[in-house]
Design a protein around this ligand. Structure first.
Ligand SMILES: [Zn+2]
Length: 278
């Protein structure tokens, strides 16, 4: 047998395996494009890399989303992994829809949401597949959903989603984080419209549909409570998030255990914190 034939016999199987692996790896981005295509006809794969896939209406839009999400994700990973958890996926999938209507149509179909629930969405995270969906021109939504992506994919798959107040509070708190600003902007809260915060009521809402019924109030109370815990009870907050990642039972009891929320000092300090930000 000639040397050339022998080399070919050895090299060919390796080449075949390499090509199949490349096809499988490269196929994931294409599969995402096909998945969203019924609601997003001109979708293209703009970024297809180990850590990130971006599907958008053109490559420039995808590259812009890539730049934003990479810096933000790195900042979360570097500074807040202990608090938010370690994501289950190394690769993040981002789909930038041309508008809110196409995003809502996709989310309604993919997550089988009813029209009322889908109509409330401005962004959406799919923790099972490690994907986030945002409308174009909404960079704060991309940050917000990246926080959800982090928390929801760090969660034990057998445990239900985080409590709505915790999820929405931390997503709003962290969407202000901007590692590219000079100086870098930390997570935080601005002015509040609230004239008080009923913490017992808020932490008992465990259903998203119920949370959304009084959306504006609940989102703002969630932000205020998470802002307070982040600034004044950081260690307890970390312990609490970690506990929710692993167990769904008696979350209000867990909250009471960790923060002593029924005690006078907690209530007084929280009320002062809210009043000072009005
Ligand atoms: Zn959210």
């Amino acid at each position: 047998m000639s040397t050339g034939v022998r080399v070919a016999l050895v090299a060919l199987p390796f080449a075949a395996v390499f090509l199949v692996l490349r096809w499988i790896g490269g196929g994931e981005a294409e599969r995402w494009r096909e998945r969203v295509e019924p609601h997003f006809r001109d979708a293209v794969v703009g970024v297809d890399e180990d850590a990130l896939i971006v599907v958008a209406e053109d490559v420039a839009t995808a590259r812009e989303a890539e730049a934003r999400v990479r810096g933000f994700r790195d900042a979360l990973e570097a500074g807040y992994k202990d608090l938010l958890g370690v994501p289950r996926f190394e690769r993040m999938v981002v789909v930038v829809f041309p508008d809110v209507a196409s995003l809502q149509a996709y989310a309604g179909a993919a997550a089988r949401l009813d029209r009322g629930a889908a109509g409330n969405l401005h962004g959406y995270t799919d923790p099972l597949h490690g994907a986030v969906f945002v409308p174009r021109d909404a960079i704060d939504v991309l940050r917000h959903e990246t926080v959800h992506w982090f928390m929801e994919t760090a969660r034990d798959v057998t445990v239900p989603s985080h409590s709505p107040w915790l999820s929405e509070g931390l997503a709003q708190l962290f969407e202000t984080l901007d590692p590219d600003a000079v100086p870098p902007r930390p997570p935080g809260i601005g002015r509040l419209l609230l004239d008080g915060l009923d913490v017992d009521r808020l932490i008992r809402i465990e259903d998203y549909g119920e949370f959304l019924l009084d959306g504006p109030r609940n989102y703002e109370e969630a932000l205020a409570l998470c802002g307070f815990l982040f600034e004044r009870r950081r260690e307890g907050l970390q312990e609490y998030v970690k506990a929710e990642r692993r167990t769904a039972s008696s979350r209000p009891l867990l909250f009471e255990d960790i923060f002593g929320a029924r005690g006078e000092p907690f209530r007084r300090e929280l009320a002062e914190f809210v009043a000072r930000r009005r």
